[in-house]
Design a protein around this ligand. Sequence first.
Ligand SMILES: Cc1cc2nc3c(=O)[nH]c(=O)nc-3n(C[C@H](O)[C@H](O)[C@H](O)COP(=O)(O)OP(=O)(O)OC[C@H]3O[C@@H](n4cnc5c(N)ncnc54)[C@H](O)[C@@H]3O)c2cc1C
Length: 116
Amino acid sequence: MQFGREIGRFQLVQNKLANMLAQLTAIKLTCFRLNELADEGAMTSPMASMAKMFAARQGRWICSEARDIMGGNGLLLENHVARHLTDMEVVFTYEGTDSMQSLILGRHITGFSAFA
Ligand SMILES: Cc1cc2nc3c(=O)[nH]c(=O)nc-3n(C[C@H](O)[C@H](O)[C@H](O)COP(=O)(O)OP(=O)(O)OC[C@H]3O[C@@H](n4cnc5c(N)ncnc54)[C@H](O)[C@@H]3O)c2cc1C
């Protein structure tokens, strides 16, 4: 509630929620397709890097938007949004950092390795 109204009534909040859902759907579809390719034995390392890079970036952004929507309450661990944002920061870095995933993909696209 803010200014006596549910925050879901505000246009900008609805805009954020719509964009968040669109990105979440794109993440799910990417993972779903990658799973299919893995089952077929057709998944490659650059595909996995692209999916991890995309999902971690967008998941981090979604959690950041969710935290923003909740204002100060989004900073309090008891409301869970801050915890999810921290979790996504972890995913952004471990099992391959965002930069390294992009370099693996860049090597696949260009044929040149930009890292050792
Ligand atoms: C909660 C958590 C759990 C973990 N669990 C495990 C686990 O179970 N098993 C395991 O093996 N590891 C685990 N890790 C380690 C994790 O995989 C590494 O932290 C991660 O891969 C990044 O490596 P690093 O910390 O050495 O950072 P660095 O490799 O030092 O990276 C630092 C920065 O430099 C950038 N960078 C590095 N090399 C290059 C380059 N050549 N070109 C451009 N930029 C570059 C990176 O993108 C990053 O931004 C865990 C980490 C965390 C936070």
